[in-house]
Design a protein around this ligand. Structure first.
Ligand code: PEP
Length: 257
């Protein structure tokens, strides 16, 4: 079974550090069943691309894109520009974007469509806050976030036609807190998401859609999470900043192949 290990560097590792990270990464061997993706800051994409050279063992992604292809949007990055700079994936709907930058469910739908149009594989992040979880609203929240994207005919049609799409379940209370979800918490949420993907895209597509877990993943807890029912990979924040710990998580995924 294919597994995914993705590293979200957030606002860390500028161009110089990004190149150093790649040079310091222990060799990632025998990755036939593991897809490794790194999401550097957009400004570091060309340096990361150059440091990777002809190596195809790691794909690059952009942490965010605008919903439009160009225009008067100072400070923003279009999906096509990220693709030109070396990205093949795009994170959309990360909880920090939703919370700190007030991105709405509707905007995430537009960004997924823009990423697809530029040939990037969107990685849609969904997840509940701690109060929502305590109020028993896990399903309501993550289904709402998913529906805002898959409910779009254009996005759904593209995925049905074979355009790649990944989901990441990232409970907000687990991000950057050191409090990871248990493997069974992750399986429960992934099952809800997979059922709902089936509603929009059909059960075959739902069965094969990769759903990653993200939230305080480290080399110490990655094995249990990667082995959990319905978990196809991990999206790693803090622990992806160090080449050794990121490579260790990749190795754990490889061992489960
Ligand atoms: C993230 O930002 O996507 C994330 C999962 O962060 P961390 O691993 O640091 O919780």
């Amino acid at each position: 079974m294919r597994r995914f290990v993705a590293g979200n560097w957030k606002m860390n590792h500028g161009p110089v550090e990004a190149a150093h990270f790649i040079e310091a990464l222990p060799p990632l061997t025998d990755l036939r069943c593991v897809t490794v993706i790194v999401f550097p800051p957009a400004i570091s994409l060309p340096a990361a691309r150059a440091a990777l050279g002809s190596s195809s063992s790691i794909s690059l992604g952009v942490q965010g894109v605008h919903g439009e292809a160009s225009g008067a949007f100072t400070g923003e990055i279009a999906a096509g520009m990220a693709a030109e700079a070396g990205a093949t994936y795009a994170l959309v709907g990360h909880s920090e974007r939703r919370t700190l930058f007030h991105e709405t469910d509707e905007e995430t739908g537009g960004k997924v469509a823009a990423a697809q149009l530029a040939g990037l594989t969107p990685v849609l992040c969904v997840g509940e806050r701690i109060n929502e979880r305590k109020e028993g609203r896990l399903e309501e929240v993550i289904v709402r976030q998913l529906d805002a994207v898959l409910g779009s005919e254009v996005v759904g049609d593209r995925i049905r036609a074979g355009v790649a799409f990944l989901l990441a379940y990232e409970p907000v209370w687990a991000i950057g807190t050191g409090k990871e979800a248990t493997p069974s918490d992750a399986s429960q949420a992934h099952a809800i998401l997979r059922r709902r993907v089936g509603h929009w895209l059909g059960s075959d597509r739902a069965r094969e859609l990769p759903i990653l877990y993200g939230g305080s993943v480290t080399p110490a807890n990655a094995r249990g999470l990667l082995a959990a029912e319905g978990v196809d990979g991990v999206l790693v924040g803090g622990a992806s900043l160090d080449p050794g710990s990121f490579a260790r998580i990749v190795e754990l995924a490889r061992e489960l192949c």
